[in-house]
Design a protein around this ligand. Structure first.
Ligand code: NAP
Length: 277
């Protein structure tokens, strides 16, 4: 079994982005909008700022109070859409309940939608004509590539069908000619389906969900889950100790998929600049 080092792979992606920006002398800006005081969101936003600094991207932070109205947020998005210094716009989710997330996302210019959540970008992912790759699934693909595993012709099983992870994940694997099965809470004989997988990606959100009996010998296992176990420790969906010995490659949590999401955001911001030039 080999551990996939998400920190090292994400560092390589950030260095690639940093070097291209420096070599071409590009001036790139990313606007990060956060509404309210969600602590986890604060941590993510700070990590995004640090990654921007590393890559040579200027980050513009808009920290708005919890009582910000939907109209005010739409106005800010309008302003950022028209601001030539801003190449990418990221509205940190979740938003407070009185704001319609879908409405805000659909208001971001698709050319600046570095999270790839806008329906136009989701549609492009479906047809394989990407402007932006969705950050977490794109990060998973980088991790799979880092192992030297060829996706083409492989049985790929994705557990989870969310719009942010599961569905686009399935699309990216399909575009690389994997034979893809998407599982969800109504899937029958989940363990049996998972045991078929040469590449198993779990995005459920439950600690200890993927157990050794669900994993084929020699599989590549990618754990997208970010959960807290009974002791409050960060962990993934995979019961790591029992599953790891069966795998050819496996991601740890933390230090697997997590760092990749931010690295891919940096790559998308660079792509946005190129699209707009
Ligand atoms: P989500 O929207 O809650 O989706 C979870 C999916 O798991 C759903 O499709 C659900 O099926 C499925 N599921 C739930 N119980 C199941 C069961 N018993 N059997 C089979 N499938 C089941 O979550 P998400 O946003 O995709 O996130 C998933 C996990 O990834 C979370 O832990 C999240 O924190 C993590 N995450 C990590 C990153 C990162 O950067 N590392 C980024 C995003 C998300 P139904 O559709 O049938 O309900």
């Amino acid at each position: 079994m080999q551990l996939i080092d998400g920190k090292a792979v994400s560092q390589a992606v950030k260095e690639r982005v940093r070097d291209e920006i420096a070599q071409k002398g590009l001036k790139i800006g990313l606007a990060v909008v956060i509404v309210g005081n969600d602590q986890a969101s604060r941590v993510y936003v700070n990590n995004k700022k640090k990654a921007c600094e590393f890559c040579g991207i200027t980050s513009y932070e808009y920290a708005l109070p919890e009582e910000t109205t939907e109209e005010q947020l739409l106005e800010l998005v309008d302003t950022l859409n028209g601001d030539g210094k801003v190449n990418g716009i990221l509205v940190q989710l979740p938003l407070p309940k009185h704001i319609d997330e879908k409405k805000i996302i659909e208001h971001i210019s698709p050319m600046k939608d570095v999270d790839a959540f806008h329906a136009v970008n989701v549609g492009r992912i479906m047809i394989g004509d990407y402007a932006f790759l969705p950050c977490t699934p794109a990060g998973v693909m980088e991790l799979i590539h880092s192992t030297g595993t060829e996706v083409s012709g492989k049985e790929c099983v994705v557990i989870g069908r969310s719009n942010i992870v599961g569905k686009p994940m399935a699309m990216l694997l399909l575009h690389e000619n994997g034979t893809v099965t998407v599982c969800h809470s109504r899937t029958k004989d989940l363990a049996e389906v998972c045991r078929r997988a040469d590449i198993l990606v779990s995005a459920v959100g439950r600690a200890g969900f993927v157990t050794a009996d669900m994993v084929k010998d020699g599989a590549v296992v990618i754990d997208v889950g970010m959960n807290r176990n009974a002791e409050g420790k960060l962990c993934g969906d995979v019961d790591f100790d029992s599953v790891a010995p069966k795998c050819s490659f496996i991601t740890p949590v933390p230090g697997g998929v997590g760092p990749m999401t931010i690295a891919m955001l940096m790559e998308n911001t660079l792509r946005a600049k190129k699209l707009q030039s």
